[in-house]
Design a protein around this ligand. Structure first.
Ligand code: GAR
Length: 207
């Protein structure tokens, strides 16, 4: 099934620092990614990424998550994304699990970046999990979001070595540099309608 997004408007969801968001915005500003960031949403009012989005003059929203159901949070977020005409939702360090309501509202139109070579080390602290396991290579994954945890079809991955003596910070920084590169590339592939999903596999076509 070819993935066809309706327009090139992105909605970014983030919870923290926002370096992946900033990398995407930089690529757009440089003319290397043909897209528009229509809205940046955070579940954390004090997220540095939200402040950075405001500084860049982008539309932002804080959607509080405390004291409400997952579906209530998801409904408000979906509503805001729809109001801004978003076609592709990009999770960029967004630390909440999206429920079925959200995933069904944007079928095959939500991407996530995860700091491991999935299916290894899903969930939290993926870089620490990799170090603790003793793997020699780590990396990052951009995947479509479905109702599983970090389990949707994989668009793109990058591999980085794990070096002797690496701390979690060392490995995280090496992975993050790769994240900044592959996330924009994967977004471009989806927006250019070059992704076809067949079961778990994503084929990238030339046109
Ligand atoms: C990134 O390493 C991203 O892969 C990870 O959080 C970091 C966010 O950094 N995401 C997850 O672990 C999702 N499960 P950033 O806020 O600087 O983009």
């Amino acid at each position: 099934m070819k993935i066809v997004v309706g327009n090139r408007k992105l909605g970014i969801l983030l919870s923290g620092r926002g370096s992946n968001f900033a990398a995407i915005a930089d690529r757009i500003a440089a003319g290397a990614l043909d897209a528009e960031i229509a809205l940046v949403i955070s579940d954390q009012e004090s997220a540095a990424g939200l402040a950075e989005a405001r500084r860049r003059g982008l539309e932002t929203a804080f959607v509080p998550a405390a004291g409400r159901s997952r579906e209530s949070f998801d409904r408000e977020t979906v509503e805001r994304l729809r109001q801004r005409g978003v076609s592709l939702v990009c999770l960029a360090g967004f630390m909440r699990i999206l429920g079925p309501f959200f995933v069904r509202a944007f079928p095959n139109a939500i991407l996530n970046i995860h700091p491991s070579l999935l299916p290894a080390f899903p969930g939290l602290d993926a870089q620490k999990q990799a170090l603790d396991h003793g793997v020699r290579f780590g990396g990052c994954t951009v995947h479509f979001v479905d109702e599983s945890l970090d389990g949707g079809p994989i668009v793109s991955q990058a591999v980085v070595p794990v070096l002797d003596g690496d701390s979690v910070d060392d490995l995280s920084a090496r992975i993050l540099a790769a994240e900044h590169r592959i996330y924009s590339e994967a977004i471009g592939l989806v927006l250019d309608r070059r992704c076809e999903i067949d079961g778990r596999r994503v084929a990238v076509t030339n046109e």
